[in-house]
Design a protein around this ligand. Structure first.
Ligand SMILES: CC(C)(COP(=O)(O)OP(=O)(O)OC[C@H]1O[C@@H](n2cnc3c(N)ncnc32)[C@H](O)[C@@H]1OP(=O)(O)O)[C@@H](O)C(=O)NCCC(=O)NCCS
Length: 186
């Protein structure tokens, strides 16, 4: 797989996916202060500080360079405002297996923006980056994320029972596994 940032940025006219810059740090920190993000992405630091956001942006630059993944700010096309984050992590470079992950800031939820971002990213992953399998995992309790996966055209394959651990809630996590293959999706 080759990972070159798309130029021009990916867009469907409503959302645009572009690379992160350090100017985005305050928007990331404000969004990630939300408990809903902390709840479902339990790997994130909590409380989430601007220094965490800064570290994240710098880590995405290095990860792009090392071909570990593709990391995008989800921006509302009309206003240019950052509304969320979406990333494609390379699970196996030789097999071209990747996994998508995302969050959307609370005020921007419920407008279909995440579904648009997942469609754009997975389309780019298979058409341009050469991915052969795009995987998506969501806690079986995370109704909104399960719905995004379905709406974006992913197929639910099953459940990885007790395969994660949420240290905030002190419980093992059942992950629903979805995938999208070349030629599928919308
Ligand atoms: C999951 C998340 C990204 C969804 O963002 P969003 O922009 O609201 O997503 P969309 O608007 O594209 O679609 C959301 C869908 O979920 C539905 N939904 C919302 N809350 C729900 C719930 N508790 N149970 C079931 N469905 C729910 C919405 O009604 C909508 O479906 P619809 O279009 O059929 O009505 C957002 O809630 C979020 O950032 N959550 C915290 C972080 C997170 O969970 N990330 C994913 C980790 S796998």
């Amino acid at each position: 797989m080759e990972l070159q940032p798309p130029d021009p940025p990916l867009s469907d006219g409503v959302v645009t996916l572009r690379q992160w810059t350090l100017d985005d740090v305050p928007a990331i920190a404000a969004a990630c202060a939300d408990q809903e993000i902390a709840r479902w992405i339990h790997q994130l630091p909590s409380p989430y500080r601007e220094s965490d956001a800064r570290e994240y942006v710098l880590s995405t630059e290095a990860a792009w360079r090392d071909c570990l993944g593709a990391f995008f700010a989800v921006v509302e096309h009309a206003s240019g405002a950052v509304v969320g984050s979406i990333a494609m992590h390379v699970l196996d470079r030789e097999l071209a297996n990747v996994e998508v992950g995302y969050w959307t800031a609370a005020p921007a939820r419920g407008r279909g923006l995440t579904t648009r971002a997942v469609r754009l990213l997975s389309g780019w992953a298979v058409d341009e980056a050469g991915a052969k399998r795009v995987q998506l995992r969501a806690d079986v309790r995370n109704g909104a994320s399960l719905r995004v996966a379905e709406k974006a055209g992913f197929t639910r394959e099953g459940t990885l029972r007790a395969s994660g651990f949420n240290n905030r809630e002190d419980r093992r996590v059942d992950y629903a596994v979805f995938s999208l293959l070349p030629g599928e999706g919308s």
